[in-house]
Design a protein around this ligand. Structure first.
Ligand code: PGA
Length: 342
């Protein structure tokens, strides 16, 4: 770096200096740290160690001659310079992503990348669809991000993935295309020895007497469940909140209460896992997933092809759901028989 007479650093040759001294990897790191608000999370996302990340940011900051982050308590925050660099990084990386899309479109479907972001209920089918897709297009590299509704919407806003599988959009937007996809019924789940397990048409008000296990704030299932309770004018007795469908299943088996989950998340338990579906009025809550993407940003050929492939896969998903429903009916029938004999 050149020094002026008064000791200030200058960047000779404009971008030439940055091109020689900064790397795209460093810019990618800075972008991830600002977006995720943490060195650790950025390191995780980019499969690097934290010392590597710190070292690269130190180098970038030396190159630019200014600190890029400051510590605030236990978290980090970009300095004004860091914020400027971040804005530039978003543009540079966005341009590179568009370039990648255009180049891979030129190569057709032999090579390419698909980044899919899905809500947690869709993680029970997305890997299967991706598996079938990759068998057909083996040169395509796929990544699957799974998180709750709120975080998927954040990822959508930040253009983090090519395509999303999310729940019902709350409001329609001109900029966002949202194509209805497979059904996602939310069912009331209890332990197999629950007193309501063999009852039919249980009034929804009866659920007010049950301990309810709810998903975390930000979850689409949670919103749907709370809305249904509100419509029925009943106050849920929330026993605990858990950030994972799997943890909730374990909590039900552990006797902590009942819950409402996606039938997709219960497919493995439908033929014996200590769980039953309760037949409650107003349930299942019939929801649909949607395939979501930005209208203004052209979908890559790979993403377009996947979208059509996923829509074509829907009948398969319906069959699996039907099988799960039938298997749970069998569980109920078995319980009723046992009850009748006793
Ligand atoms: P989530 O899933 O509860 O993980 O946000 C939402 C959905 O299925 O709509």
């Amino acid at each position: 770096m050149a020094n002026t007479d008064d000791g200030r650093h200058t960047l000779p040759g404009g971008a030439d200096y940055l091109i020689r001294h900064a790397t795209l990897r460093q810019l990618q790191l800075l972008e991830a740290i600002v977006r995720l608000g943490s060195f650790t999370r950025a390191a995780e996302e980019l499969f690097l160690t934290q010392p590597t990340v710190s070292m690269q940011i130190k180098k970038l900051s030396e190159t630019l001659g200014t600190p890029l982050f400051r510590h605030v308590g236990r978290s980090v925050e970009p300095t004004d310079a860091g914020r400027e660099v971040y804005a530039a990084c978003r543009e540079i990386l966005g341009t590179l992503t568009d370039l990648e899309v255009k180049l891979s479109d030129l190569k057709g479907l032999k090579r390419g990348r698909l980044r899919l972001g899905v809500v947690t209920t869709a993680k029970y089918v997305a890997p299967e669809i991706l598996g079938a897709f990759c068998r057909q297009y083996p040169g395509i590299e796929v990544s699957l991000g799974v998180t709750n509704r709120e975080h998927i919407l954040e990822r959508l806003m930040a253009h983090d993935d090519d395509l999303y599988v999310a729940g019902q959009p709350r409001e329609s937007s001109e900029q966002i295309e949202s194509i209805p996809f497979a059904p996602n019924p939310l069912v009331v789940v209890a332990r197999v020895d629950h007193p309501l397990a063999t009852e039919r048409d249980v009034p929804v008000e009866r659920l007010a007497e049950e301990n309810l296990i709810l998903r975390e704030p930000g979850s689409g299932i949670r919103d749907a469940v709370l809305r249904r309770f509100k419509e029925a004018g009943i106050e849920p007795r929330v026993r605990m909140q858990l950030g994972s469908n799997e943890a909730i299943k374990h909590a039900i088996v552990g006797g902590l209460g009942i819950s409402v989950l996606s039938l997709h998340s219960l497919r493995l338990e439908s033929s014996g896992g200590g769980l039953v579906l309760l037949d409650v009025q107003g349930f299942p809550i019939m929801r649909r997933w949607h395939l979501v993407h930005w209208r203004g940003r052209e979908l890559s050929l790979v993403a377009r092809t996947f979208l059509e492939f996923a829509i074509g896969y829907e009948p398969e998903i319906q069959v699996r759901l039907g099988n799960a429903r039938a298997a749970f009916e069998q569980v109920r029938a078995g319980l009723r028989q046992r009850e009748a004999k006793a």
